[in-house]
Design a protein around this ligand. Structure first.
Ligand code: LLP
Length: 414
């Protein structure tokens, strides 16, 4: 059974009616299927079979503590990119030896926290960062395990704003500079070089860029071994895309099989950092229609979710399907689905063919489990939405709706 499906023309998440959920918790509301999250993780993890590997879930895609705990219970590690994500990982009691720390701009305080936590690996993105980590580890009388993040200069053929592995991007270290850096790092006393990593971009919908990047990494590994540098970990990042509209991304099985083939005969532990593929299709955003407004040229469906709740359409022109929660209209109209925020980029769809929709009806903005809530903000002083996790016919509110008081919490008495 599909996770989100109609039963008697009512939309359900697993066995929970979304109409009832909205009536009890209100809208806008993110809804996630526990079954889908678990199944996605297991599929991904099992697809790598007996290859020694560690799946480090990319916390940024959906950082809710309950979701981190759910993946933790299935054996996941995490990929973090900030002190805040490290804090979340610790709150979720993720094994520190399953935490990898990526990102181009780690601050001293964040490095110290990660050292004190004894995380598995820092994915280092520059010589300057390596020097900072050496200095902090020395100060703390500690030793950091590091990987260099290589920029393989591969075009992932995804949206320009979410590709990261080309030479013009700020991410990683070029293949030319990286070998001397390994040699330099070998002379430092408070870092221990244990791996190599890369991440070429997100929402990648063909295998080719992954394979090209992997080949570059394995070629570097060979050259490093020739130079007497042996590594224990190879991290091939995240990035596997999902179907939002008409894309046809590789399946998890095909992706894993292709990477396993490249990896055959290697002695390292393979690390992967999936985000979107684990949670993207496991979530939707429920919203209520506030008004239907007609102008000479267009029809607008104004809903109670805004770009502060889900910014992907406004930011990347991303396509999300929008389904009615009750399927009772047989006729359709063409409309723009927009939010209440005072910006023209506050939209969820343009010129979308929709079943005729009235005030008070509920809509579900699909495939918003990844980079939905985690990219939300309080713009226009809008409290952020609640999040609910569904299991069969029961649900749990895993994040309370913010209140107006929450909005001004840090501003009192100043
Ligand atoms: N590892 C690193 C170092 C990353 O930077 C990312 C994502 C991932 C792993 C996980 O990538 P995934 O498997 O989720 O594709 N806000 C954008 C996506 C930004 C992705 C940033 N990095 C969006 O809404 O499409």
């Amino acid at each position: 059974m599909e996770v989100f499906h109609y039963h008697n023309d009512q939309l359900f998440c697993e066995k929970t009616s979304l109409k009832q959920l909205a009536a009890e918790v209100g809208t806008p509301l993110y809804v996630y299927s526990r079954g889908a999250l678990e199944e996605n993780f297991k599929n991904f993890d099992n697809a790598f079979g007996d290859v020694p590997h560690l799946v480090c879930y990319a916390v940024k895609s959906n950082s809710n503590l309950s979701i981190l705990r759910l993946f933790r219970d299935l054996g996941a590690g995490v990929d973090i990119v900030s002190g805040g994500e490290l804090f979340r990982a610790r709150q979720a009691e993720i094994d520190p030896q399953k935490i990898v720390f990526s990102g181009v701009g780690k601050k001293n305080a964040e490095i110290d926290d990660a050292l004190n936590t004894n995380i598995l690996i820092f994915n280092v993105e520059s010589k300057a960062e390596l020097d900072a980590i050496e200095a902090r580890a020395k100060f703390l009388n500690n030793q950091a395990r590091v990987s260099f993040r290589v920029n393989p200069d591969i075009d992932p053929k995804t949206h320009p704003n979410i590709s990261t592995g080309l030479q013009e991007h700020k991410f990683g270290i070029s293949t030319v500079e990286v070998i001397p850096l390994y040699q330099y790092a070998g002379m430092l006393s408070h870092v221990k070089v244990v791996g190599i990593s890369c991440h070429i971009g997100s929402q990648v919908t063909s295998l080719d860029p992954f394979l090209q990047a992997a080949q570059k990494i394995f070629e570097l590994l060979r050259r490093l071994e020739e130079a007497g540098i042996r590594l224990r970990y190879v991290n091939l990042g995240g990035g596997l895309g999902i179907r939002y509209h008409d894309e046809s991304p590789p399946s998890i099985a095909d992706y894993a099989q292709a990477l396993r083939k490249c990896f055959a005969g290697k002695k390292q532990v393979l690390i992967l950092e999936p985000g979107r593929i684990l949670c993207g299709k496991a979530g939707l955003l429920l919203t209520e229609v506030l008004y239907v407004k007609k102008s000479d040229r267009r029809r607008f469906v104004i809903v109670d979710a805004g770009m502060n709740d889900l910014i992907r359409p406004g930011l990347y022109d991303a396509y999300h399907e929008i389904w009615p929660v009750e399927r009772n209209a047989s006729e359709t109209f063409i409309a723009d689905i927009v939010g209440p925020v005072c910006e023209s980029t506050d939209f969820f769809a343009h010129d979308r063919k929709m079943p005729i929709t009235q005030k008070g009806e509920l809509l579900a903005i699909m495939d918003t489990g990844a980079y939905g809530f985690s990219l939300s903000s309080n713009y226009n002083s809008r409290p952020r939405p609640a999040e609910a996790l569904v299991k069969n016919n029961a649900y749990q509110v895993i994040r309370k709706r913010e209140s107006y008081e929450d909005l001004v919490r840090g501003e009192k008495g100043l």
